[in-house]
Design a binder for this molecule. Sequence first.
Ligand code: SAH
Length: 398
Amino acid sequence: MTILPVIPISPDQPDSAVQSGGVQTRRRPSMPPRHLADLDLAARQTAVQDLGEPAFRAKQLSTHYFGRLVRDAAEMTDLPSATRDKLTSELLPTLLTPVREQACDDGATRKTLWRLHDGALVESVLMGYSDRITACVSSQAGCGMACPFCATGQQGLTRNLSVAEIVDQVVYLAGVSASGVVTGSPNRLSRVVFMGMGEPLANYPRVIEAVRRLTTPAPEGLGLSQRHITVSTVGLVPAMRRLIAEQLSVTLALSLHAPDDDLRDELVPVNQRWKVAEVLDAAFDYAAQTGRRVSIEYALIRDVNDQPWRADLLGRLLHGKLAHVNLIPLNPTPGSKWDASPKPVEREFVRRLRESGVSTTVRDTRGREIDGACGQLAAGELTQAGAGGVAADAEVAQ
Ligand code: SAH
């Protein structure tokens, strides 16, 4: 089996000409077939009726997928066999094919590389703790935000994921959790963070729809708590303002990484459009609206953003606000000129923030061995490597 080359295409320019092997071709981003998880219950009922089945089949199929985490027709024994074959092939097409699954941290962290129907590759990470299991999911194949320290940012954007491609990552990982393989953790997946590949707010309508599907009670959805979902953004201010208006109670994480515009312009290039003051304003307004602390993400990069004066400036910006700082030791990406800050520098940064009255924690570094840690998800490199992708096929875990 070979892996199709992934040609980066901006979904905003569906007809853009791309260079492929010296030939100029036109390719459209190819969205996947319709899936149950793309639809709300009413739309599913219409869909099953269009297939000549009674409306109540929509609920039965939904119970299998969202309630029992079952997608295999053979296990749907309450449905006549011709019906189950028809309904699964029409409404539960395979969207994600596992290409490789890796585990580390004694099996508590598991990364899955998926191939999508058009050959694009994305990754998800499952993280087990003593009291919870968290799924870190991708919202786009690649990313267009170009943050220079992030592996996904280096590969550019391939395309947005569909609602069901996002939801299916979670449903699949909920199934992995339920199988009990994540030892030392509960069997029920309870949290989702949109911190995998992509910028969730650049795929806004689909991400919001996916959040609704994940949080609607079974059988219509997966029944997770909105409070247990975190949407992380580089700071697309208009989309953050739209999110405020949705009146959801998801946690918002803002990837700040620098308290001053000079440096943030470089580390998070979208800052050239929406400045630190504006992005923090939107984050504070979100916190005020929801009553939920925003999480300020800050990857500590040695001699780049880890100076005591930057900790003090960040402390002043966040003092008295409904905000929590999550410091992430930088995970250096291959060929990166940057490194994590030394521990004493990190400790001093934490101390100064806390001294300013800002609650601060340092994130654990789960998944480093399998390149599954923050900012290390870079499925595109595997595709471009070609042979690497084919070799990975040998390890397909079905
Ligand atoms: N696009 C979104 C979500 C994806 S990344 C966002 O930027 O928020 C999730 C977090 O990992 C972000 O805070 C991101 O800045 C951070 N990150 C990216 N690359 C990293 C790296 N090499 N080391 C540590 N954190 C990184």
